[in-house]
Design a protein around this ligand. Structure first.
Ligand SMILES: C[S@@+](CC[C@H](N)C(=O)[O-])C[C@H]1O[C@@H](n2cnc3c(N)ncnc32)[C@H](O)[C@@H]1O
Length: 471
């Protein structure tokens, strides 16, 4: 598979870009390189760009996006952009939230302009949760509609970084569009971690203590002064100032405001032996899931701002995994240009998948059976669910779910390790899902696509056997 080309708008210090590229380690886990390359990066802020440039081979162009013609941006397959969020953020109440009527709130139109002109295969936009309710909930539908008008099947999801092994509770809205002629819709990546309260979770949320420095090693300048402590002592407790974080839990959201954190604000801080301190920039980077190899040049204020604004790389890595998985499934080969076609060679292997679900669906329907499809509330979102009989059925693609693993990997010519890891992860996830469902008292049947295609009688027989036995 050829590397997909990414154009990165509002790139900031590069959280999005680090996550999309992959090839880094965080808290001992390896996030594999993705078969992508960044062909363009832009931001208006020179101090964020300074950090960006220290970390990537290519450079960030420092310029107002409103002054850049679409023709100046190279052709690309994916347009990424966490457009500025201050005007949508609930935290940024002063000045009040203006939403899309404010100049900054209108910058998503710049993404639309580039999409209309460049027509990449897909785009990913990110913003704060507040965007969902901005302008009395009028802004968000308008934004979605504008993106749709550019020729994309648009979906959105609200993801919490903590559910992906990041030691921070950070809820962000992702808007993802896939070009209409590809005929696919994005769906969010499965979470990898669950809150402590989830008894079934194999992996729990990662606590803050995993990423903070031993306090003796933290320079004095990060501790608040006696005067600040006195001020806090005199403040009204109901104001909930000086929000000391529990190191045993995930951290509250770290935002760009950290540059101005004081004990009088509601930003997260640490309290050790009665003394409060702010996080050091490297700790903020870790709370955001940047690897320790990510360089942070420049003054602390610039670091706090850029890091607080960033999309956590690990979260963006999971988003990219899912996007690539969906893009390479694309069936509409004839709608693609020569280059795009080459990028989609993998499609031949897996495009049958949804068709297979439909074949089984038709067969079950013809028998007059009662069932539901793609039930979201159950682990693994089973393809077919017989609720009364508590039977969950999955249609597994021979390739993606590793029927002939490891031989199947040998047949792939490029990016072998990327595909291998992907298949391995699917296999692990399948096992986990089956275990979870059984634990919840469900029966689980998994069928290979080839069996559904060639041995339908046997497939139906197995399903009927379970349904019959329970009548
Ligand atoms: C939410 S941050 C994006 C952070 C980035 N996605 C990351 O992961 O590091 C929004 C960025 O938009 C940039 N920005 C704001 N107005 C801009 C404009 N008119 N042109 C280009 N960039 C702009 C800001 O400097 C800021 O870095």
């Amino acid at each position: 598979m050829e590397r997909l080309r990414i154009a990165s708008l509002f790139c900031g210090c590069g959280g999005t870009d680090a996550g999309m590229l992959g090839g880094f380690t965080f808290l001992g886990s390896k996030y594999e390189k993705h078969p992508v390359q960044i062909v363009y990066a832009n931001d208006i802020d020179a101090s964020a760009a300074r950090i960006y440039d220290a970390n990537f081979k290519h450079k960030c162009l420092v310029k107002d996006i409103r002054k850049i013609k679409a023709a100046e941006i190279p052709d690309h397959d994916i347009l990424a952009g966490g457009f500025p969020c201050q005007s949508f953020s609930i935290v940024a109440q002063n000045p009040p939230r203006l939403g899309y009527r404010d100049e900054n709130g209108r910058l998503f139109f710049e993404m639309c302009r580039i999409l209309r002109n460049k027509k990449p295969l897909a785009f990913v936009a990110e913003n704060v949760k507040g965007i969902l309710s901005a302008n009395n909930k009028h802004a968000f539908p308008l934004i979605i509609k504008e993106f749709e008008k550019c020729g994309y099947i648009v979906s959105w999801c609200l993801l919490n970084a903590a559910n992906y092994g990041i030691p921070q509770r950070r809820e962000r809205v992702f808007i993802v569009g896939i070009r209409k002629n590809i005929g696919r819709k994005f769906y969010p990546p499965d979470s990898t971690h669950r809150p402590e309260s989830d008894l079934l979770a194999e992996r729990k949320w990662v606590s803050l203590k995993r990423v903070v420095f031993p306090h003796a090693k933290v320079p004095k300048k990060y501790f608040f002064s006696d005067r600040a402590h006195k001020g806090l002592h005199n403040s009204n407790p109901a104001m909930n100032k000086g929000r000391a974080q529990d190191p045993e839990k995930v951290c509250n959201t770290v935002g760009a405001h950290l540059a101005k954190v004081s004990l009088n604000s509601t930003d997260p801080v640490l309290k050790i032996n009665g003394r409060f301190r702010r996080f050091a920039p490297r700790e903020v980077a870790r709370i955001q899931s940047f690897p320790d190899t990510f360089r942070l040049p420049g003054p602390d204020t610039a670091k706090y701002k850029a890091l607080g604004n960033a999309i956590p790389p690990v979260l963006m890595w999971h988003m990219t995994e899912r996007l690539l998985e969906i893009l390479v499934k694309g069936p509409a080969e004839d709608a693609r240009t020569g280059r795009e076609k080459r990028s989609y060679n993998m499609a031949r292997i897996c495009s049958k998948n949804t068709l297979i679900e439909r074949i089984l669906d038709e067969a079950l329907k013809s028998l007059g059976l009662e069932y539901k499809r793609n039930v979201k509330g159950l682990p693994g979102k089973p393809d077919i669910v017989f609720e009364k009989n508590r039977l969950a059925v999955f249609c597994d693609s021979t390739f993606w779910h590793g029927r002939h693993y490891p031989e199947c990997v040998e047949r792939i010519n490029t990016n072998k390790s990327f595909w291998k890891n992907k298949i391995l992860r699917n296999m692990e996830r399948d096992k986990k899902t089956t275990k979870e469902l059984r634990y919840l008292g469900w029966k689980v049947l998994r069928f290979w696509d080839t069996d559904i295609e060639n041995r339908m009688q046997a497939v139906i027989g197995k399903i009927e056997k379970i349904l019959g036995a329970q009548k």
